[in-house]
Design a protein around this ligand. Structure first.
Ligand code: PGA
Length: 250
């Protein structure tokens, strides 16, 4: 049985004080043992939010990392800093980083590796653009992002990685992939992982992301190969995020 993971991605929203107030609200959500809950917060909020959520059972993560333990990289944040600040997960290769900051699969693979090396869990994001989708390239794009993104991860470590399938055309657009469409790609991702890692990858969680909201969470989570969600906009309000966290399978 794979334990589902419900992850919020706050992106560049919430100052540290707003984040801490929100964390106090999050703590009031009744925790259920059959699911993990995570919030990926902006760097300046990591310490404060982690202190508040310590012992709450809710995990805290970062949204990015620089792939070096330390060094002369002005303005960047290292995995050791993130870990010491209280994070146990790091989003790697989010489509906004790929598109706006031109991150390549190669660079992202270094991030995935260092996050695992430092004892945290990377959430490797993959997904096709609208154009790639319309050209029928979804599977080939996702396969290549997975193969390169995971190139430094051996079979003994693959279970320390989470994958998030986030079709770019569904992010922040209100237009989600239908649960059946998402299920198809999730199944494909599991097959690719199996091809690379054999039986070692059966417990890898594959999350869906892209316009997840209270209205579609139950149906998404009812798909056999959707093991959780990565939620942007709807994770910023306590009412919508608590509804998503308390999903029920149909
Ligand atoms: P969204 O974002 O839920 O606002 O579409 C998802 C994400 O970017 O991870």
């Amino acid at each position: 049985m794979i334990k589902p993971l419900i992850a919020g991605n706050w992106k560049m929203y919430k100052t540290p004080s707003e984040a801490e107030l929100f964390a106090l609200e999050l703590k009031k959500i009744p925790q259920q043992n059959d699911r993990d809950v995570l919030v990926c917060v902006p760097f300046p909020a990591l310490v404060g939010v982690s202190r508040i959520l310590k012992d709450s059972g809710i995990f805290v993560g970062a949204q990015n990392v620089y792939p070096a333990k330390e060094g002369a990289f002005t303005g960047e944040v290292s995995p050791l800093m993130i870990k010491d600040a209280g994070a146990s997960f790091v989003i790697c290769g989010h489509s906004e980083r790929r598109q706006i900051f031109e991150e390549t699969d190669q660079f992202i693979s270094e991030k995935v590796k260092i996050v695992v090396d430092c004892g945290m869990t990377p959430i490797l994001c993959v997904g096709e653009t609208l154009q790639q989708n319309e050209e029928g390239k979804t599977f080939s794009v996702v396969e290549s992002q997975l193969k390169i993104g995971l190139q430094h991860i051996s079979s003994s470590l693959i279970n320390n990685v989470v994958i998030a399938y986030e079709p770019v055309w569904a992010i922040g657009t209100g237009k989600n992939a239908s649960p059946q469409q998402a299920q198809q790609v999730h199944l494909f991702i599991k097959r690719v992982l199996e091809k690379i890692y054999g039986g070692s990858s059966t417990m890898v969680r594959v999350l869906y992301g892209g316009s997840v909201k209270p209205e579609n969470i139950d149906e998404l989570m009812s798909q056999p190969d959707i093991n959780g969600v990565l939620v942007g906009g709807a994770s910023l309000k306590i009412e919508s995020f608590s509804r998503i966290v308390s999903f029920k399978k149909n």
